[in-house]
Design a protein around this ligand. Structure first.
Ligand code: HEC
Ligand code: HEC
Length: 325
């Protein structure tokens, strides 16, 4: 086939495949502040139909033929909201963020690490942006999280883990959603040290994560309908979506600073931490230390020790010394 014929054939595929209401792009489109050639978008649609449609749906609304019953449900791209974009302020992801998500997959979900040839993936990602008006309305994508230098390093790893444990339980309230991994006495001491007020009020079932509602609809077609609920991961047991054994510590740093948009997992501004970026790194080291325990006897030992901890007796309020006139 000569080049013209190939072009004609691919044009027809774009125009004739499935949805008759699809009109191929004839002009470049401005999406997320970037001009995307029409041909890229039309090619992207063909590849999208091949690789992504089954779950994310023909219209990108998350309602593909394989979607019913999938938990979490496939992302509805018409909303233009992404959990693991890894950018600041819940803004739109950059191309490299979308590449990372598709290549690595989201562990423990139906979103597997898809092996799509790079040039096709690039085109799919551009096409994705046509599915939500957000990419037309927003002039720029989000700013990447730039991780400050890790001042702990391997040599001071143990100190980082210890600090991270304190920040996790005594300052950042990670345990209001995730499980606690420290005794009540340790939590009291950590919060006393970091905030001046020792915690004496503990939620029931503190050693289990607490189920949270997300912004994502259960049925992708019913944006206003009931929302998908998610159980925050238990770091000793669960599979994390964007983080696994081989991910770098910097990926955990980025996740903490960008949060999980729309899924109840807040974004942690390093400036709000007592020791700023050092504390975000410490949290990353601590999370890594917990996930490293997964499947080992160390995890069982920690659980057993927490279950067997002595009853917590809040210290008596310090009685102010009588004032002598
Ligand atoms: C077998 C089903 C399935 C297929 C096929 C599939 N996905 Fe997904 N995808 C999912 C599910 C499920 C989620 C939601 C995961 C979650 O919420 O944690 C998802 C989420 C996503 C997200 C959102 C990530 C975020 O941070 O919010 C993107 C982007 C994405 N998929 C892109 C793609 C692309 C591109 C393709 C085709 C190359 C594809 N997916 C194919 C099931 C699938
Ligand atoms: C208000 C509730 C809430 C708080 C507070 C919270 N998280 Fe989360 N976190 C979640 C939820 C919900 C998820 C799961 C999101 C999903 O998979 O859709 C999550 C996911 C995570 C993940 C896994 C991300 C992945 O790739 O799967 C990590 C790591 C994490 N949180 C760390 C922390 C740390 C550290 C803190 C404290 C600094 C914290 N979280 C505070 C709700 C919370």
């Amino acid at each position: 086939m000569n080049r013209k014929l190939i072009l004609a054939a691919s044009f027809c595929l774009a125009a004739c495949s499935s949805d008759p209401s699809y009109t191929p792009y004839k002009e470049a489109q401005k999406l997320g502040g970037q001009m995307i050639p029409a041909q890229t978008l039309n090619n992207g649609r063909i590849a999208y139909m091949q690789y992504c449609r089954a779950c994310h749906g023909e219209k990108g609304d998350g309602n593909g033929p394989a979607a019913p019953g999938l938990r979490p449900p496939p992302r509805n791209f018409t909303i233009g909201e992404f959990k693991f974009a890894g950018v600041l302020e819940g803004k739109l992801p950059r191309d490299e963020d979308l590449v990372r998500i598709v290549k690595r997959g989201l562990h423990g979900t139906a979103m597997l690490p898809w092996e799509v040839p790079d040039h096709e993936l690039g085109e799919i990602i551009q096409y994705l942006k046509t599915l939500s008006d957000k990419w037309k309305e927003e002039d720029a994508v989000g700013k990447p999280v730039i991780a400050a230098a890790d001042t702990w390093g391997e040599a001071r790893k143990a100190a980082a883990v210890e600090r991270g444990k304190k920040v996790y339980h005594g300052f950042a309230q990670c345990l209001s959603c995730h499980a606690a991994y420290a005794t009540k006495q340790e939590i009291f001491d950590a919060s006393k040290e970091l905030t001046g007020n020792g915690t004496t009020d503990f939620r029931d079932q503190m050693y289990q994560p607490e189920i949270k509602e997300t912004d994502y609809p259960l049925d992708p077609a019913k944006a206003e309908g009931p929302k998908h609920k998610v159980l925050p991961p238990d770091f000793l047991f669960s599979e994390l979506r964007s983080i696994h054994k081989d991910t770098e510590l910097g990926d955990i740093y980025r996740l903490l600073v960008s949060g999980v948009t729309g899924a109840a997992m807040p974004a942690w501004d390093p400036e709000s931490m007592p020791d700023k970026t050092n504390d975000v790194w410490a949290l990353a080291y601590y999370i890594r230390s917990l996930t490293d325990m997964k499947g080992t006897t160390a995890a069982t030992r920690l659980r057993t020790a927490l279950a067997a901890q002595p009853a917590f007796v809040p210290p008596a309020e310090a009685v102010p010394a009588p004032v002598t006139p």
